[in-house]
Design a binder for this molecule. Structure first.
Ligand SMILES: [Zn+2]
Length: 287
């Protein structure tokens, strides 16, 4: 973990989930807290040593790898978390996410730090913060917060992923494919001097990255379409196999299934495929 200065008062702590920082004198606003206590503890200690203190924490969205460190701060009496309305709801009710993945009350294996964020008691509206231009993007999550600092740097959260991350996780997580792709277009239209991607770091420009991210979705769409007709379960297994994804833990099966189903839904919405029930199975067929 290293603190990198992007421009002026805008910084980030590098790592598997980058954590943004905006400094005003001795006060800092952090953007996200990482997956568990580890990184936020190091940041907390570092800021203490530098006689800086955390005034606000913006949580871009309620995914566990962005909000898993909230508990560490709460245990030290910190309460000034900010997010959008939907993400705040999930942060206050973190069981909601594994419920979505499983479709009902969920087995214990989904109760992992990779899935469930810290239960966060106080989450205030991010729109009340004055020093940032706040945007809300749907698609990756319900209402992800994207923000621009006074230094004209945009924190894009999980709007896009680095090429390396996409190689490791070839089905990029999202819940609505159309909105997820649309958010990438919106991100490219923002006038900014640079962009911080949570899983990827700092980029001066994002047009190449956008193409790679759109390509990742198109590849899955093509894999589905060229292997139809098939049952929805079989086509999911086939997509995993074709993308060299090894499901090692059961939770990975349910996590990857969400963006797979989002892409299926988008193909159905665009009338490229349709769904049919036969022999108690759901078949996907080309329209
Ligand atoms: Zn995310």
């Amino acid at each position: 973990m290293e603190l990198e200065n992007i421009s002026g008062n805008t910084y980030y702590f590098s790592g598997s989930t980058c954590i943004g920082m905006y400094r005003e004198g001795k006060k800092v606003t952090l953007v996200d807290t990482g997956i568990d206590d580890n990184k936020i503890r190091k940041i907390f200690n570092y800021l203490n040593e530098e006689s800086l203190f955390i005034e606000n924490v913006i949580i871009t969205h309620s995914h566990a790898d962005h909000a898993g460190g909230n508990d560490f701060l709460q245990k030290r009496g910190f309460t000034r978390f900010f997010s959008s309305e939907m993400e705040a709801f999930i942060l206050k009710h973190p069981d909601f996410f594994p419920y979505i993945l499983f479709g009902s009350s969920y087995p214990e294996f989904l109760n992992t730090k990779f899935i469930v964020p810290s239960k966060t008691e106080h989450v205030y509206p991010v729109s009340s913060l004055k020093n940032f231009t706040i945007l809300e993007f749907e698609g990756h999550s319900f209402q992800m917060v994207v923000l621009k600092t006074m230094d004209n740097i945009v924190f894009l959260a999980d709007t896009m992923f680095s090429e390396k991350i996409l190689e490791k996780h070839p089905i990029p997580f999202h819940i609505d494919t159309e909105k997820y792709l649309d958010a990438m277009v919106k991100a490219s239209d923002i006038d900014a001097d640079g962009y911080l991607i949570s899983h990827g770091g700092y980029y001066k420009t994002i047009s190449d990255l956008k193409k790679i991210n759109v390509g990742a979705v198109e590849k899955i769409q093509e894999l589905i379409e060229k292997n139809l007709p098939e049952t929805i379960e079989n086509i999911y297994s086939l997509v995993l196999k074709e993308l060299n994804i090894q499901i090692k833990e059961p939770w990975e099966y349910f996590l990857n299934r969400v963006p797979f189903l989002a892409i299926v839904k988008n193909l159905e919405k665009n009338r490229r495929i349709f769904m049919e029930s036969k022999e108690n199975k759901i078949f996907l067929k080309i329209k």
